[in-house]
Write a new protein. Structure first.
Lengths: 326, 503
């Protein structure tokens, strides 16, 4: 009665897997059929710019996927990105070699994550509260450090990470895009094929069970938040690369885009579900939408409304699928 | 026909198909005024479908229902409730933050222009509470402060307030202690005398015989038999339920207790402060009887490092263990089966194989990477060894039946190479066939020199499989004797009074 046949299940798995993909294809299809933009939308140049625009959210979403699968949330992601972008600008401005600046930016991101994770596990506070607090703290520290203005920095090779026409030209697209792809593949492997990844799922599915099975839940959770922080730090580096300055007011509200991407891609806020591929598709659905709407000359609020709808539709479709499964 | 002799409820030829599976096939069921009619059967036998049809949640494909002499075809649960049929489900439907009174009157508050008329309501609430009298319950207590038994009674009170004529109780005693169950039976008798009719669903056949006037057994969607409860024996009921699948409820597997495996001395957990001293031998099944709250669960959890330890010590295989948590205990060769299968024992959304191997990934790991193929293959092996009914190792645990879920949780302990098994209510809420398989499995473990601490509220199973039985009372072991020297009355007396030789 409850048991589906093997073939049936495989088809269902395929549908589950393809679900977000279909959404992405639908978005692309719609814009490539709209007469006003169809000739420009699928051009290589435009695809490249969509990819570049996705990098910052995508890097944040990689870490957020781990957090959400483990049943947590990280509201401090965007503030963390802003802080890291200021840290690297500060460092480069102070005459540090660029690579050291990058390292500093990424590590500060990781530090924020470490503080988040430690507070969540030792004070037994819910992640929502801890990271909500950190949202304010990190943003405040960024502004303080920057003296409440932008931090200028000399142009270095760091700024080429997000250049639309990269040097050398055989790279085809910005190095940041390649980095994003590389890291996404790596994280997909980590989450699917490592013990750590399996522990993340177990904690999100049922933390009590994980504890019963001897998993060091506290340690694992701290690692998860550190990982998320490191990705935010890297995302901040990319933000700096794009803007060429450190801006403490950048990326306000971006944490919601990041969370939305993960959720559109099948991540469940109650934990235990989600995938890197799904999250990346979520990122691209939103990036293509933004790009298409801008090309159509639609105002910003139209984009916001559409994306709002997409989130609700995507999650309710997901729910429907799971309800049918069980 | 004489009004008093005509059944209050008659269900005739009820059939229901879900897709290709037949959930019910021409089932008849009837209920007299003031009668307790028990419905028993394995999981999936059709009990819940029958109840869902009666409560309007599901519509039958065929068959008719007569209620008080009139055709009754409820289209929704609300309609059925209005007709006086109340179902009290296993998972109680209470709002924990609200008070008893607020819960009882939820959805039918007395009010004037939206303002609640408290005094009026209080009168009514007191009236129904007096019917089900329970010392813990007062109208202003938040439900979350009540124990399981009291919560259930709040639900019953709610049904009474709705003037239910038929009360359906789905496994009402599955989370109650023996004492609380007895109190519930008292309430059932009082309700009977008030002409309330009760459909009583339970896995506990002894209590069914005690409380019910009639018993109907379902098997595979069909009525397997029916009769007055004093006229059909337990063996016949079991025979009807399983249709010859279980030859013996407690299959004995020969085993010989050997040297000491675990020794606890003056061991105190933080949650249950009294001290426990007990010794468990290799190849022994050691039962722990006691009421809920007697400290049996707390003892196991503290030994396993899930709860803080306050004092005393435990030795496993001669080595003292004190520091660390479950991770270290697993390395010491301990394995704990949680009493809360769904809340703690299993990660329901994960697959069978992940749940099974979660505590011991080592055989499938190289450099931090899982060798998924090997893991899956092991999953197939365990599914066969434990006779788990599943489509394959990647099936999510939540889609398994209770008995098969429990086998996954038990297989995990075996998989992690435990030597000492701490089993907390391993057969709670599962079907008879699985139960019998689990008893046999425990016997096999003992015959291989493993040790088992078997905690249960269900005394017959302790008497059926254990070598020795200890009784816990208020956090202390009050008595330990070989099983032959115990009987059910003795266990109950010791568990309730804390004295081994109750007069």
């Amino acid at each position: 009665m409850k048991e589906a046949t093997g073939g049936n299940r495989r088809i269902r798995l395929l549908v589950n897997f393809l679900g977000p993909f279909l959404g992405l294809l639908l978005v692309i299809l719609i814009f490539s059929l709209l007469p006003d933009v169809q000739d420009r939308f699928l051009r290589l140049g435009n695809l490249k710019s969509v990819a570049t625009q996705s990098v910052i959210v995508a890097l944040g979403a990689l870490g957020m996927t781990f957090v959400i699968i483990s049943g947590g949330i990280d509201l401090s992601a965007a503030s963390n990105i802003a802080l890291s972008s200021c840290v690297i600008a500060f460092a480069v401005n102070a005459g540090w070699p660029p690579w050291l600046g990058i390292l500093a930016g990424v590590l500060v991101g990781g530090l924020i994550g470490f503080v988040n994770g430690t507070l969540i596990t030792t004070l037994r506070l819910v992640p929502f509260i801890v990271t909500l607090g950190m949202l304010g703290i990190a943003r405040g520290v960024a502004k303080w450090m920057a003296g409440n203005q932008k931090i200028d920095a000399p142009i270095t090779w760091v700024n080429e990470l997000m250049a639309r026409s990269p040097r050398p030209s055989w790279l085809l697209t910005a190095p940041g895009v390649w980095l994003m792809i590389l890291l996404a593949v790596a994280m997909a492997v980590v989450i699917r094929f490592t013990v750590f990844g399996r522990h993340v799922f177990a904690i999100g599915s049922n933390e009590a069970t994980a504890r019963l099975c001897g998993i060091r839940t506290k340690r694992t959770k701290i690692i998860i938040y550190v990982l998320a922080g490191l990705f935010c730090g890297l995302s901040g580096v990319m933000e700096f690369s794009r803007l060429t300055v450190g801006d403490p007011t950048v990326a306000v509200g971006l944490e919601l885009d990041i969370i939305a991407a993960v959720v559109i891609g099948g991540g469940s806020l109650s934990g235990g579900q989600g995938s890197i591929l799904g999250s990346m598709i979520g990122v691209f659905i939103m990036a293509f939408l933004r790009n298409g709407c801008t090309m159509m000359g639609w105002p910003n609020y139209i984009q916001e409304i559409i994306i709002g709808f997409i989130i609700v539709v995507a999650v309710s479709l997901d729910q429907l699928r799971y309800r049918r499964d069980s | 026909m004489d009004e008093s002799r005509r059944p209050l409820l008659r269900m005739e030829g009820i059939s229901k198909h879900f897709g290709a599976t037949c959930a019910l096939e021409a089932v008849d069921f009837d209920l007299q005024r003031g009668e307790v009619h028990a419905l028993v059967g394995e999981n999936g036998a059709g009990k819940s479908t029958l109840i869902k049809i009666l409560s309007g949640a599901v519509r039958p494909d065929q068959g008719t229902i007569w209620l008080g002499g009139r055709r009754f075809a409820p289209a929704s649960p609300l309609e059925s409730r209005r007709a006086g049929i109340s179902v009290i489900y296993q998972e109680l439907n209470l709002a924990p933050h609200l008070t008893v009174e607020e819960n009882i009157t939820l959805g039918r508050e007395w009010h004037a222009y939206g303002f609640i008329r408290r005094r009026r309501m209080r009168e009514k609430v007191r009236e129904v509470l007096s019917l089900v009298h329970h010392q813990e319950i007062a109208p202003d207590i938040p439900v979350q402060q009540l124990g399981m038994a009291a919560r259930q009674i709040v639900e019953i009170a709610r049904a009474l307030l709705e003037q239910a004529r038929i009360l359906v109780m789905d496994e009402p005693t599955s989370s109650l202690t023996g004492e609380d169950s007895q109190r519930l039976f008292g309430i059932i008798r009082r309700l009977k005398s008030q002409d309330v009719s009760i459909i009583y669903i339970s896995h506990f056949l002894e209590e069914v015989q005690e409380v019910a006037d009639r018993i109907t057994v379902l098997r595979d969607g069909q009525k397997a038999g029916s009769g007055r409860s004093e006229e059909i024996s337990l063996d016949r009921i079991i025979g009807m339920m399983v249709g010859g699948e279980v030859k013996e409820m407690f299959p004995r597997v020969a085993h010989q207790p050997g040297p000491e495996a675990l020794l606890a001395s003056e061991f105190k957990g933080k949650r249950m402060p009294a001290a426990v001293t007990l010794s468990l031998r290799r190849g022994e099944i050691f039962g722990i009887a006691g009421l809920v709250g007697s400290g049996r669960t707390e003892f196991l959890r503290a030994v396993f490092g899930l709860d803080m330890v306050e004092g005393g010590w435990v030795r496993v295989g001669g080595d003292e263990i004190l520091t660390g948590g479950p991770r270290e205990r697993i390395r010491n060769g301990l394995g704990l089966l949680s009493e809360d299968r769904q809340g703690e024992g299993l990660a329901l959304s994960l697959s069978i194989v992940d749940n099974l191997t979660l505590s011991f990934f080592a055989p499938y790991v190289r450099l931090g990477f899982l060798r998924v193929g090997r893991q899956k293959k092991a999953g197939w092996d365990w599914i066969q060894r434990m006779k788990i009914k599943a489509t394959g190792p990647t099936q999510p645990v939540q889609s398994l039946s209770g008995g098969n879920q429990q086998k996954v949780a038990l297989a995990r302990l075996r998989h992690q190479n435990a030597d000492v098994f701490l089993l907390d209510e391993p057969t709670r809420g599962i079907d008879i066939v699985s139960k019998s398989q689990i008893y046999e499995w425990m016997g096999e473990l003992a015959s291989r020199g493993k040790s088992i601490l078997f905690v249960s509220s269900y005394f017959p199973e302790l008497l059926g499989v254990c070598d020795r039985i200890a009784v816990f009372h208020r956090g202390q072991q009050v008595d330990v004797k070989p099983t032959e020297e115990w009987d059910e009355e003795g266990l109950l007396a010791a568990a309730t009074t804390g004295r081994s030789e109750a007069l």
